[in-house]
Ligand binder design. Structure first.
Ligand code: WT7
Length: 651
């Protein structure tokens, strides 16, 4: 451990006195509840499961096995409906309370939706889906911007037992088509256009392009958002605003088993094909609800804002399911942090008197660059708790967030989790946990983290290794859609008997966890998870490219940038134009988030004699670190390394 790291570990921000008294969980409560959750998971979750409203109460609680075929079941004989839990059960007391605040990309637009109105919208939406022919268990692809109808669509699926698969609106037609096909989705919901930073995104047209390679798609429901003219297929396409007139605002919820699927969400892995992570109804909803409650210390009446996109798991768990299950007021923002101006976030916090704010380090780093003035122009005194998610937060960004945004008053909850975990796993609790900038701190109730070395030996006490979770928790993904074998392979084979997270991690002498980043071929670009293999397969699909290898490199704002080594077909000369073309090509194939930062043309790649690309070397060179290339003697042609270094130094 370096000197610098040791000092860093010792910077502590104790729980503010007032919070220690007022929060729903103080340090003693945490110790007691955490102990109970580990000593007697069955008893602990039997009691916590009561947070939800069940149609048929469960008698079984935990039935999970990480060995062999891997089987994960929670509350397996209970039945419930997720939309009832997020809406109907709040109606007796909260029909007039605000469920969602929508803030448009254009600062002139905003409106609020009460729980009563949410009920009507969701029922109508559900009835429209039923009229189209959508049935329990069907997969429905949702390719939507950040508008309230997206929440209605998700909850409407949940109401009728359909399984939603939300595809981030920044993905290309091609990426969308792959996701529609992978889960045999016959139904899709989209909008005419999305709007971000004043620019429109042609969602319906993209969907139409995707649909050309998806013969299984039976019907498309389009929400009118901007009013743009869009392409149309008669007999297949329906306008939501027309269909909604023909249905009423009551819709009986379908009773679901706790282990019936709630949604699929695609995420990147270390191989090319995205993985359809599957979450089920009971355990997931309980996890989203309990973590939202404890981690944000949500108090009735507070305005809570998670600035993620619903296209990612953060939006699922912490814009929709968690807060709504808790009867909270959740703000949904259509736009971006820097438009019309770099103070957009701070303006929204002041405008809606936001109490709890949750965002990603990449956004903070971008805003930090603009200095303190844009923050200080606004009164942010409503803020009480700040959150961070998606990637490691560097201490500089943490300290800025704490000092400038939170005025030193607001605890920062740095929440480590993944699409696969359903919700937060390692995180501070505001009234219980002293903070250390850059550490996600301690495990949530029921979470048993461990560090393992390369041989799979568990590391005790302070140390560093790969992060595994040794027992199941209710929010855990149950499988990968249609590919349980891959689920077992990806998560349970590296260290048998445990769930392997793919992250490296260190634990200090106080038992605090410090996530150091992915240890597989996954990179984290602006908090978005990206498989390097996906970018590689896009590159090699170009007719002039012979071979490609993609690695991450440190990037000031994005956390990691995308660095591509490209070998052209024999006889071709690299040009700036071609580099530009390849960047565009990848962007078109996957989406803007995958746009390469660097294209490094090279006559060959460093390979072992057995033909394996030595990525370790490529990573070092991309990082501009030529001193520590390690053992290169196993390379088939060691001179490749020198030419790569030379190529790096030129740019
Ligand atoms: C990966 C999961 C968590 C929901 C959004 C991203 C990284 C996430 C943290 C954090 C350090 C973090 C990990 C993880 N990550 N949160 N607080 N500190 N790293 O979900 O797309 O499934 O990505 O994001 O590397 O494995 P995801």
């Amino acid at each position: 451990m370096t000197q610098e790291k040791t000092e860093q570990d010792q910077t502590r921000f104790p729980v503010p006195q007032t919070l220690a008294q007022s929060a729903r969980c103080n340090a003693d409560d945490y110790q007691r509840l955490y102990r109970a959750s580990i000593d007697d998971p069955d008893g602990f979750w039997r009691e916590q499961g009561q947070r939800l409203q069940w149609e048929t109460p469960y008698t079984q609680v935990k039935n999970t096995c990480f060995d062999g075929d891997v089987s994960i079941k929670w509350f397996e004989d209970g039945t419930l409906n997720a939309s009832v839990n997020c809406i109907d059960r709040h109606l007796p007391e909260k029909a007039n309370d605000i469920a969602l605040i929508w803030e448009g990309d254009n600062p002139a637009y905003h409106h609020a939706i009460t729980y009563g109105q949410l009920h009507d919208h969701v029922c109508r939406f559900a009835n429209v889906l039923k009229n189209m022919g959508v049935k329990k268990g069907d997969r429905v692809t949702i390719y939507m911007p950040m508008i309230p109808e997206t929440a209605y669509a998700m909850l409407a699926c949940a109401r009728i037992g359909a399984v939603h698969s939300v595809v981030f609106a920044g993905f290309s037609a091609e990426a969308l088509a792959n996701r529609i096909k992978d889960c045999d989705s016959q139904w899709a919901i989209t909008a005419d256009e999305g709007v971000r930073a004043g620019k429109s995104i042609p969602l319906k047209n993209n969907l139409d392009e995707a649909a050309r390679s998806c013969p299984g798609l039976k019907a498309v429901l389009a929400v009118r958002h901007t009013g743009a003219t869009v392409s149309w297929v008669d007999g297949r396409d329906y306008w939501y605003h027309e269909a909604a007139l023909k249905v009423d605002s009551r819709c009986e919820p379908v009773v679901m088993n706790a282990e019936d699927p709630l949604f699929i969400l695609y995420t990147s892995g270390s191989t090319g094909k995205p993985k359809g992570v599957l979450h089920t109804t009971g355990g997931y909803l309980l996890w989203a609800s309990i973590t939202h409650d404890y981690v944000f210390d949500y108090q009735p009446g507070e305005i809570y804002w998670c600035a993620a996109d619903v296209g990612w798991v953060t939006g699922h768990s912490y814009i929709i399911y968690g807060p709504l299950a808790n009867g909270a007021t959740s703000l949904m923002f259509e736009g971006v942090p820097t438009w019309p101006d770099v103070d957009r976030f701070w303006q929204i916090i002041n405008k809606h008197k936001v109490n709890i704010f949750y965002t990603a380090p990449t956004a903070l780093r971008a805003l930090m660059r603009e200095g303190d003035a844009p923050v200080e122009r606004h009164d942010l005194s409503s803020l009480r708790i700040l959150g961070s998610v998606g990637e490691p937060i560097n201490p500089e960004a943490w300290l800025w967030y704490h000092r400038v945004v939170g005025k030193g008053r607001c605890p920062i909850v740095d929440t480590w989790w993944q699409t696969e975990t359903g919700g937060m796993m390692i995180t501070p609790l505001p009234g219980a946990t002293d903070l250390k900038p850059g550490s996600a701190t301690r495990p949530f109730f029921g979470v048993k983290p461990a560090l393992v070395d390369a041989e799979g030996q568990i590391i005790e006490g302070a140390g560093a290794g790969n992060l595994v979770i040794t027992d199941s928790w209710p929010g855990q993904a149950r499988t990968l859609y249609g590919d349980h074998e891959r689920f077992i392979q990806t998560y349970f084979s590296a260290y048998p008997g445990t769930y392997f997270t793919g992250d490296g991690c260190k634990r200090d002498a106080d038992g605090y966890y410090w996530i150091t980043g992915r240890v597989d071929d996954v990179i984290n670009v602006s908090g978005h998870r990206m498989g390097t293999a996906e970018v590689e397969s896009a590159l090699v699909a170009h007719h002039l490219v012979a071979e490609a290898a993609v690695v991450g490199f440190p990037h000031d704002v994005k956390g990691q940038g995308i660095y591509c080594y490209v070998t052209l077909n024999a006889g071709l000369e690299p040009t700036e134009d071609l580099a530009r073309e390849l960047r565009q090509w990848v962007r078109k194939d996957i989406g803007p988030i995958a746009t390469p930062d660097h294209i490094h043309f090279t006559p060959s790649l460093p390979k072992t004699r057995s033909g394996k690309i030595m990525r370790r070397i490529l990573r070092k060179i991309a990082e501009n670190d030529f001193s520590n290339l390690g053992d290169t003697s196993t390379l088939a042609d060691p001179s490749v390394v020198d030419s790569l270094i030379e190529g790096r130094q030129i740019r």
